[in-house]
Design a protein around this ligand. Structure first.
Ligand code: SF4
Length: 366
């Protein structure tokens, strides 16, 4: 049996779900948070929440790299585009709302905004158009930051600069762990990010916050087993860090990628949409790369933006305090084809995932 079929096996899923039910508390509910858009897709698409007992809740934290980019940084990209500079970005970024407009709105008004699939595409494009200024809008977590670092270290053409909006995940998890009104009982740590950063950055959660933490993969059985492992730890009263995704994630992570990131970026306090400023959560270019810093080169720096628009509950969705169907705009004024908030834009956005799969829940593992 291939790996995909094995990790989607309905009989095994039912057996793990039964074990979860046996471990689930009778009264006091347990709240487990994941911080990855792909986990949310798996959980929603395969109807995993429907397989859990009512006292076990899995909520979606800030795992969508597009949703958490604050409006002020979209505004910076728009402002640069208005200076007749070509903006290159991943497709999902186009419709993320800024304070007054998105990059798609700017494009409709004549700005040159191009969709690319990698940082390398931006470099190639800049090499082909040496007489034009280009900016690569670099977003994403530890999974995409190394590829930005690789291009930065390869002497990119001087007509290309980088609007860096990369963020790192563990500081956001710390913020969630400290939120009294969220009252978390455990974390499912993100598989993709963990392939890069390894396990050590999560040790703090069981050790200092007493939260069981399990690195999990993206198939339904990975997630179910992650939930089971967390409940087991809670029942034993021994919170610890476990790696359920050991077929991919190594304890030390990807050391080469970590080194590349350290060469190019330092860490600073950074704003996250819906979360405010989080200490040491934003990657910024080191001084030796200032010539490639789009904020310096094109003289833009916007401190404040409007992250939430009237009626939109993205600030609550991003931290898992609300569910998409609790937003009055969900599938009414806000739909995948016409998003109002950032969580409805990207493929990893919780509202978009719910909107796209809401009628299909629980059909696959049954
Ligand atoms: S449904 Fe739309 S407006 Fe409501 S929280 Fe989600 S993205 Fe924001």
């Amino acid at each position: 049996m291939d790996e995909k079929r094995l990790f989607r096996n309905p009989d095994l899923a039912k057996r793990i779900a039964e074990k979860i039910s046996k471990l689930a508390p009778r009264d006091e509910p347990v709240k487990i948070c994941h911080v990855c858009g792909t986990h949310e897709w798996t959980i929603t698409h395969f109807g995993i929440r429907n397989m859990l007992p009512p006292t076990v809740e899995v909520i979606a934290g800030p795992g969508c790299p597009v949703c958490i980019v604050p409006a002020s940084e979209i505004d910076e990209a728009v402002k640069i585009a208005e200076k007749d500079v070509t903006i290159t970005c991943f497709g999902d970024m186009l419709r993320v709302p800024g304070s007054a407009m998105s990059l798609l709105d700017a494009k409709a008004k004549g700005a040159d905004v191009r969709i690319i699939y990698s940082a390398g595409d931006a470099v190639k494009m800049a090499k082909k158009s040496r007489d034009r200024e280009l900016v690569f809008f670099a977003i994403g977590f530890e999974t995409t930051a190394p590829s930005t670092a690789v291009e930065m270290l390869s002497s990119p053409p001087r007509n290309l600069s980088f609007l860096v909006s990369h963020r790192v995940i563990p500081p956001a998890m710390k913020l969630l762990a400290e939120m009294k009104d969220l009252s978390l009982n455990g974390f499912i740590a993100p598989g993709h990010v963990s392939t890069v950063i390894g396990l050590e950055p999560y040790e703090v959660f069981p050790q200092e916050y007493g939260l069981p933490t399990v690195v999990a993969g993206f198939e339904p059985l990975d997630v179910l087993f992650g939930v089971y492992t967390i409940l087991k730890q809670i029942n034993e009263g021994k919170p610890r860090l476990e790696n359920e995704y050991s077929r991919v994630v190594r304890r030390e992570g990807n050391v080469k990628a970590q080194k590349l990131m350290k060469q190019v970026f330092s860490v600073a306090d950074g704003k996250w949409r819906g979360l405010g400023t989080i200490a040491f959560s934003k990657l910024v270019l080191r001084e030796e790369f200032t010539a490639y810093d789009a904020r310096v080169k094109h003289e833009v720096r916007i401190a404040e933006g409007v992250d939430s628009h009237p009626g939109c509950m993205c600030h609550l969705i991003i931290v898992g305090k609300s569910k998409p169907n609790e937003c009055p705009l969900f599938l009414k004024a806000c739909r995948p084809e016409k998003p109002v908030g950032a969580c409805m834009v990207g493929t990893e956005g919780t509202c978009r995932i719910w909107a796209k799969t809401i009628n299909r829940q629980s059909r696959v593992i049954e």
